[in-house]
Design a protein around this ligand. Structure first.
Ligand code: ADP
Ligand code: MG
Length: 462
């Protein structure tokens, strides 16, 4: 039998297994809503942790002064400084970005936090005159830490577990702020961590600062997660004092969502089984930037073996896990040249496969499209689940509420096929009428700025 039709069979099978018709997406949204209720009802009630963030007030634009933020994501970390000028907003901001050396992701807590504190030290040391701090006043920092944390207060919390590429077992169960504070002491940085926030919560705060209708934040970067504003009354597991605002921000940790309705394939199953955290973060592994390129590699690897997609031998590089990164996948997916030259170059540069035929290149693009489409549509279903849980999908006092969803993360920002598909799918899911009231906005750097804003709200000097 000829390899072309067989290769077509594998692609067709992939397409079928990845299918996300609207009916399925609605089931997934409903399952998300059910899990949200369960996670809010009791600690450990669901795979969705629905973490209480101790953020019961979002920034109001009364905030004044200079504040700092540290944003530790999955790939990079950013240090930033903002000058807040009340109603006139952010007067000045400055940031530095450093990538995290891979060995530090699987080393010791001390090594990781010393590295971070040292970068922070560099940043402050090179500070310009205009940031001179009022004397006698300690610098204050919002720490964006994008991993699941059981928060004990706004400025403390213990790590539940690592996700993405991190695995530093000694850190699990320890207070993240205490570790950072100790490292700052060792590095001679005099700063107080005023707020510990998840990146979703930072994005929500940063988004709300710009637009009062922001009620939900979603991250699509290395990993994926969401946070939203919940009524305190709707959180049975919260036994603390009733917040004045009547509201509490919930960090869903939606990356760990799982449902029998999710269209899982053999590629997802093997990726999960061979990952650092098998059985966990199943939703994240289907939709986020760390994994899309790796799923693509797995499909190509099978096709190289079974239908000789790249000729008689299996290209050795194709065996290497995570060799195909999502930015590369995105570049291939967006290739508009008639000969698919970008696809050809990427296959050559990354996988050392030369002289690919146009039909092979087309197959690669088709697979990118299937995987990105599935991811984007599932993310849209997750958002629909939040709209349903909060009643933002239906009339209130005779009107449909306006909901703005603050989006952040490199995947959403740079992968336009993914972003457009997500937006179109959300419109399709909510229907024409509601679509006019639901808006996605890119909240660039929102997670860091939001943390600085929350540090300001929780300053020791107010
Ligand atoms: P983090 O999630 O680590 O906080 P970012 O929000 O900057 O960091 O997201 C980085 C991730 O975004 C990368 O790991 C990658 O998966 C994805 N990404 C970055 N650039 C692109 C791109 N051009 N196309 C697709 N995905 C991208
Ligand atoms: Mg981030």
């Amino acid at each position: 039998s000829n390899p072309v039709s067989k290769s077509g069979d594998i692609v067709k099978e992939l397409e079928e297994h990845c299918a996300t018709p609207v009916s399925k997406l609605k089931q997934i949204a409903d399952a998300m809503t059910v899990e949200m209720h369960a996670g809010l009802a009791s600690e450990g009630g669901s795979k969705l942790k629905m973490l209480i963030t101790y953020v019961d007030n979002l920034p109001t634009r009364d905030e004044q002064g200079v504040y700092y933020a540290l944003d530790l994501g999955g790939t990079n970390f950013r240090v930033l400084r903002v000058q807040l000028a009340g109603k006139s907003g952010i007067e000045y901001k400055e940031f530095a970005e450093v990538s995290i050396p891979p060995q530090l992701m699987v080393g010791t807590p001390e090594a990781l936090f010393d590295y971070i504190a040292a970068e922070l030290n560099k940043f402050i040391s090179s500070e310009s005159e205009k940031f001179r701090h009022p004397s006698g006043r300690q610098r204050e920092l919002g720490f964006t830490f994008s991993f699941p944390v059981l928060q004990l207060s706004i400025d403390s919390g213990t790590l539940i577990r690592w996700t993405k590429g991190f695995s530093i077992q000694d850190m699990v169960g320890r207070d993240v702020v205490a570790e950072l504070t100790k490292a700052m002491d060792r590095q001679g940085v005099d700063m107080r961590v005023s707020a510990l926030v998840n990146d979703t919560v930072g994005t929500l705060a940063g988004g709300k600062y710009d637009n009062k209708d922001v009620a939900v934040a979603v991250i699509l970067g290395t990993g994926s997660n969401a946070a939203y504003v919940e009524r305190a009354q709707a959180i049975p597991k919260w036994h603390g004092p009733h917040p004045k605002s009547g509201e509490m921000v919930i960090n869903m940790e939606w990356g760990n969502f799982k449902s029998s309705h999710l269209p899982l394939t053999e590629y997802d199953n093997s990726l999960d089984a061979e990952s650092l955290n098998p059985g966990e973060q199943i939703f994240e592994k289907m939709i986020s930037g760390m994994y899309l390129g790796e799923l693509l590699r797995r499909v190509l690897y099978r096709m190289a073996n079974e239908v000789a997609l790249f000729g008689d031998t299996v290209p050795p590089k194709l065996k290497t896990h995570f060799i195909l990164r999502t930015p590369e996948m995105s570049a291939m997916h967006h290739d508009t040249s008639p000969d698919l030259n970008v696809v050809g170059e990427k296959l050559k540069d990354i996988l050392e496969i030369s002289n690919t035929s146009l039909s092979t290149r087309k197959t690669v693009v088709e697979i990118c499209n299937i995987l990105a489409t599935r991811g984007a549509r599932l993310a849209a279903a997750g958002i629909l689940g939040i709209l349903k849980k909060t009643g933002r999908d239906s009339f209130r006092d005779g009107e449909l509420p306006n909901t703005v969803i603050a989006m952040d993360g490199g995947l959403y920002e740079h992968y336009s096929e993914y972003r457009n598909c997500l937006e179109n799918t959300l419109n399709e899911l909510v229907g024409e009428k509601l679509a006019k009231h639901v808006k996605l906005i890119l909240s660039n750097d929102g997670s860091g700025i939001g943390a600085a804003l929350l540090a300001a709200c929780h300053s020791q000097y107010i």
